[in-house]
Design a protein. Structure first.
Length: 193
């Protein structure tokens, strides 16, 4: 069966998180490089990014993305996939408030904050399948993190797509069986849609 739904991890797949992390560092009085370097170390060790606040000894600030932080290829890709009749979703390990930014551009949104489960948990990917209303093998899941996105998507029976951008996209090589892209402009052709 062909892919009939595409679900995107939000951070670093659709949205450049640099500005959000810089604002977060400023809000808690940390040097930006310290925060970014620690995040990179956590990703390389395959640890949750949320652990950064504990390691640095500060309370996490309230932070959010803005429409200006969407990658230039994000909305054109979403529009192209929807125009081809695919179901399109945007999900992530994010607070529920983050869902609003993309709600008007996709068929469904989801967040760990609202769902009460985080990637890489199999329950998160089961929720993705339920929201897409398609069998797992008909859903492509696009993400930048091998450990949080690609490997668990493959384990859940989804078509896994690794996008190589953002710091996590360069740290680990995706496993055999994952589709590899460098931009969302490559996605429709890579999926054959």
């Amino acid at each position: 069966m062909a892919v009939t739904a595409v679900v995107f991890d939000v951070g670093e797949t659709l949205i450049d998180e640099t500005g959000m992390w810089e604002r977060a560092a400023d809000a808690v009085g940390l040097p930006r490089f310290t925060l970014m370097g620690t995040l990179g170390g956590l990703a390389a060790r395959r640890e949750p990014h949320t652990r950064v606040w504990t390691l640095l000894g500060v309370d996490p600030p309230r932070s959010h993305w803005t429409a200006g932080e969407l990658y230039g290829d994000a909305l054109p890709c979403l529009e192209a996939l929807r125009a081809r009749g695919l179901v399109v979703g945007a999900v992530g390990n994010t607070p529920a408030e983050s869902e609003e930014l993309l709600r008007g551009h996709v068929d469904f949104v989801g967040s760990s904050g609202r769902w009460g489960v985080e990637k890489p948990s199999p329950q998160f990917f089961a929720r993705v399948v339920a929201e897409a209303r398609r069998p797992p093998h008909a859903i492509a899941y696009v993400g930048d993190r091998v450990d949080n996105d690609v490997e668990p998507a493959l384990a859940a029976g989804l078509v896994a797509v690794h996008i190589r951008r953002g710091p996590w996209g360069y740290l680990l090589e995706p496993p055999h069986g994952a589709i590899r892209i460098r931009s969302l402009g490559e996605l429709p052709e890579a999926l054959g849609v």
